[in-house]
Write a protein that binds this ligand. Structure first.
Ligand SMILES: NC(=O)c1ccc[n+]([C@@H]2O[C@H](COP(=O)([O-])OP(=O)(O)OC[C@H]3O[C@@H](n4cnc5c(N)ncnc54)[C@H](O)[C@@H]3O)[C@@H](O)[C@H]2O)c1
Ligand SMILES: [Zn+2]
Length: 354
């Protein structure tokens, strides 16, 4: 079991992340002992696959189950959850346990921040993406008015329990998604990139070594510890994400992690045109993204999806698009482009890679 402590520089509180077998069935019940009540939040798929096991580990606790999927990461789900917590008369001394992927973690974390102005919450990430990325760092949100993560709050969970047992039921496509965020981390930290290349065979067979999961958690925790509110270094974690979010909104059928891989390819190509880059490295990074994706999916014409990049929260001006692009091993640049230039380059890149 690896234990990683996320201690924000500016905060007295700490969040502990347990990664390894037994995190769910041993560490979680131990951590919940001091809470008067527990309320579980999960989604339909996790409930179907893991409901019986959850009851074995946590006993007879109230559970609210949301329908699975990003399309339900909405205010309706958030308020339905808050209503269920209120109806169960959950007190301020109780806690919310989110058991699911990034959607459950994001909605549940926000509900925990709002309920009685904040109650304790615990994350049990059940997808690879949630283990290596979304459960760490305390960002919570719902999508609102068609804009991803428009309404949210920073809210660190008391602890995170990343247990590989859950990955046994994860569909291959979801495993690929998690590897997408691991590739993003690899683009930001040379040592992780080397490890990804070294473990390439295992990764392509979609078997993800638990030590690599822990390394990714430790990396994300270290970035968040330095800059929890995303005023500086945490911005690096948006690598590939401006384009990824636009594609995610346009494609609908493609998941976040797949769009991150696509976004990384587009933004690496944009970097090539604007920055001094290590060409050999970008080639390696792009081929890794393509290999994880399997093949580049059919995309709608660029002019249909590029306007969605203007909705990105990272943009600093109304008609400019800011991308976080890889340039050399472990190095990224923020590149601000007038929208027309971004749209033209995206169209050219799409013609080249598809
Ligand atoms: N808060 C953050 O810092 C952060 C970072 C990255 C992504 N995110 C958010 O996370 C979300 C994506 O997360 P995700 O990919 O986990 O999506 P998800 O929560 O929708 O899970 C993907 C699918 O896997 C199913 N699932 C979950 N666990 C399973 C298991 N063990 N076995 C079988 N099926 C299982 C879910 O029901 C769902 O159908 C997006 O909304 C994204 O914006 C947040
Ligand atoms: Zn992401």
């Amino acid at each position: 079991m690896r234990t990683i402590v996320l201690h924000e520089e500016a905060q007295p509180s700490k969040s502990t992340i347990y990664c390894g077998e037994g995190a769910f069935e041993r560490e979680l019940p131990r951590a919940l002992e001091s809470y008067s009540e527990r309320f579980v939040f999960t989604d339909g798929n996790v409930s179907r696959l893991w409901g019986a096991r959850i009851r074995e580990v946590l006993g007879d606790v109230p559970v609210f189950t949301m329908p699975a999927g990003e399309e339900h990461k909405t205010e309706e789900t958030l308020f339905a959850l808050l209503q269920a917590m209120a109806k169960a008369q959950l007190h301020r001394t109780g806690c919310l346990v989110m058991i699911g992927g990034g959607v459950v973690g994001d909605v549940g974390g926000l509900a925990a921040a709002l309920y009685m102005r904040g109650i304790a919450c615990f994350q049990v990430p059940t997808t690879l993406l949630a283990q290596v990325d979304s459960s760490v760092g305390g960002k919570t949100a719902i999508d609102f008015l068609g804009i991803k993560n428009l309404v949210g709050a920073f809210n660190q969970p008391e602890a995170v329990f990343a247990d590989p047992c859950f990955l046994s039921t994860l569909p291959p496509r979801e495993v690929r998604c998690g590897i997408g965020e691991m590739v993003k981390h690899g683009a930001l930290k040379e040592e992780l990139f080397e490890k990804l290349l070294m473990r390439r065979k295992e990764l392509m067979a979609l078997s993800v070594p638990v030590d690599l999961i822990a390394d990714n958690i430790a990396f994300k925790a270290s970035v968040v510890a330095e800059d929890a509110k995303e005023s500086g270094p945490r911005k690096s974690l948006n690598l590939g994400h401006t384009t990824a979010h636009a594609l995610e909104l346009a494609l609908k059928t493609r998941s976040h992690g797949e769009c991150v891989l696509l976004g990384t390819i587009f933004e690496a190509e944009i970097a090539r045109r604007h920055e001094t880059c290590d060409e050999g490295y970008l080639f390696e990074l792009i081929s890794l993204c393509k290999e994880v994706l399997g093949s580049i999916p059919a995309l709608p014409p660029a002019k249909e999806w590029t306007p969605l990049a203007l909705l990105d929260k990272k943009n600093t001006a109304k008609d400019a698009v800011v991308v976080t692009a890889p340039v050399c091993r472990g190095t990224y640049r923020l590149i601000a482009l007038p929208y027309a230039e971004y749209a033209r380059e995206a169209e050219e890149i799409q013609a080249k890679i598809c």
